[in-house]
Design a protein around this ligand. Structure first.
Ligand code: B12
Ligand code: SF4
Length: 466
């Protein structure tokens, strides 16, 4: 039998992570099963030694030309440089996964504004944005020019023009299967198989909130002294800081059957149950009782489902959630509300984030989360000590003494630090292609200021003189 060719996907990772890398792992599975290539995922932390990584890649590819996909790099400039080095040394480097297109293209109109993020066309042979199965055509035609017809491909032509092929849409048949044994880390002696103890299951692509277009007015950043009363008008879909809203928009829910097939692929615990997994769906509660029922009918034993929910949709789902908790109790399954994107406890900041809800809604959700703990103590989890990390964005460009005092007052009045507040807040991150990217560029243009770029991220905290 002819040996299969080889491909590897490099993705960004944190050292102590228990999660898998669903997107890259799903892509590797699609490639493995539908092309002449074996494909693995290599999870690379900032601390990993790049010389060891190089050596491991050389051992893996042997005499073959390395074909290396890069995905979910989280804006890491060390990995952008690593990709460029591999490309210079003869590898074929493909930037794929979320934001691959906009990160390759660079920031809007950077050609006329040299301080803006100039994109990654020099670091990668090309980018491929959208569903993994688009790579089938590419990998089958690498040696011929026909790869230029690959859907979703973006590349620089010989006469220096950027060519971007239209993307294919998502097809459920490719979203049924994920291998969980295809992820590796770098060890001293080469690639080491990495065991995943918390999985992810895709149930919805994108976010329904990102399907609603709204005309919004966002305040100026406070650091621009004296002009902080001005506003910027924008049309936004989804939360202003959210890259998912721009990247995926809203495609819709997957069939329960597709979701159950993915659950079947998850590794088992030593007790023969599926490992805990996060349901990737911003509005999972309406379908939760049905999902529990269907897994039971399929003979699958679950240990724990982690939910990510918006506070308003959590409140709206109360009735279904109670049904699901009763069912979960009878099945011995735990439900952990692992992340609610509260983001702030100040109404002005929530408005600037275009979160579409207010502090009162966040507090009502917290009240219900705590009440359910009293009613379903064994089945229901929501607190930091139970593994939840709720969203709290701080600092932001709109922090004032008044907003900080306001937030402090809400935190102590409702005793949020012990169970709700995460150990660390996350500073507001502005990806160049997010709604806030447009906001900050408008501020720059109007006020003749510049904010520093950190790769694909705009440093709103670092204003530079022009
Ligand atoms: C669930 C999720 C999490 C979970 C689990 C993450 C994980 N390790 O998988 C948690 C909450 C832990 C998490 C944490 C973080 N996340 Co997160 N997360 C997501 C989310 C919402 C869904 C990811 C997912 O599974 N999608 C479903 C899969 C099937 O879709 P997909 O990833 O697009 O993959 C498909 C295609 O794109 C393609 N594809 C993907 N890779 C490749 C590679 C090749 C070669 C090819 C051909 C195709 C291909 O194939 C897939 C199937 O068709 C995404 C946003 C989103 N909706 O995509 C962010 C996202 C992946 N996370 C992101 C970030 C930044 C983080 C954090 C760094 C945040 C932080 N500051 O802590 C951490 C890092 C975690 C880590 N590296 O270990 C970014 C990555 C940005 C980027 N472009 O690099 C995203 C895109 C959100 C965003 N835009 O900000 N996250
Ligand atoms: S932050 Fe969450 S709720 Fe807001 S648009 Fe993004 S995915 Fe949807």
């Amino acid at each position: 039998m002819k040996a299969k060719k080889k491909m590897a996907i490099i993705a960004s990772y944190f050292a102590d992570e228990t999660y898998g890398l669903l997107g890259p792992q799903m892509a590797a599975t699609v490639i493995q099963e539908n092309t002449p290539y074996d494909c693995i995922v290599i999870a690379v932390t900032r601390e990993d030694d790049k010389t060891l990584l190089k050596r491991a890649l050389a051992d893996y590819f042997g005499v073959e030309r390395p074909i290396i996909g890069f995905s979910t790099l989280s804006g890491r400039e060390d990995l952008f440089s690593f990709a460029k080095e591999c490309k210079t040394e003869g590898a074929l480097t493909i930037l794929a996964g979320p934001q691959a297109d906009v990160d390759c293209l660079g920031e809007n109109n950077w050609q006329n504004h040299p301080h803006r993020f100039q994109g990654l066309t020099e670091n990668f042979s090309f980018s491929l944005h959208g569903p993994a199965e688009q790579a089938k055509y590419l990998l089958q035609h690498l040696d011929k020019n026909a790869w230029k017809d690959t859907p979703g491909l973006l590349y620089v032509s010989k006469n220096n023009r950027i060519i971007q092929n239209p993307k294919n849409t998502w097809k459920e048949k490719y979203l049924r299967k994920v291998k969980w044994s295809n992820i590796y880390r770098i060890g001293k002696a080469g690639l080491v198989s990495h065991k995943i103890t918390t999985g992810q299951v895709l149930q919805q692509i994108g976010c329904p909130y990102a399907a609603q277009e709204k005309r919004v007015e966002i305040d100026y950043p406070v650091p621009i002294a004296g002009i902080d009363t001005q506003k910027v008008k924008l049309s936004l879909k989804g939360c202003s800081f959210c890259d998912v809203a721009v990247d995926k928009g809203f495609y819709g829910q997957l069939d329960t059957e597709t979701v159950v097939e993915q659950i079947r692929c998850l590794p088992d615990t030593s007790e023969g149950m599926k490992i805990p997994f996060e349901l990737i769906n911003e509005n999972p509660i309406p379908g939760l009782p049905r999902l529990l029922q269907q897994t039971r009918e399929s003979g699958i034993r679950l240990s724990q489902i982690n939910l990510i929910v918006r506070a308003d949709w959590f409140l709206r789902g109360e009735k279904n959630l109670r049904r699901a908790l009763v069912l979960a109790r009878s099945l011995g399954v735990r439900i952990l509300l692992s992340s609610v994107g509260f983001e702030s406890f100040d109404d002005r900041i929530l408005r600037n984030l275009n979160k579409g809800l207010n502090v009162e809604t966040n507090l009502q959700a917290i009240h219900l989360m705590r009440q359910l703990k009293e009613e379903f103590p064994q089945v229901w989890g929501y607190a930091r000590s139970e593994g939840a990390i709720h969203g709290f964005i701080h600092p932001t460009p709109w922090d004032t003494e008044e907003s900080s005092a306001n937030i402090q007052r809400v935190l102590s009045l409702h005793t949020l630090p012990p169970d709700i507040l995460p150990e660390h807040s996350i500073p507001l991150i502005i990806h160049h292609a997010s709604g806030l990217g447009d906001w900050i560029r408008k501020v720059e243009r109007r006020e003749g200021v510049q904010f520093k770029r950190y790769g694909s991220i705009i440093g709103w905290w670092h204003e530079e003189k022009r």
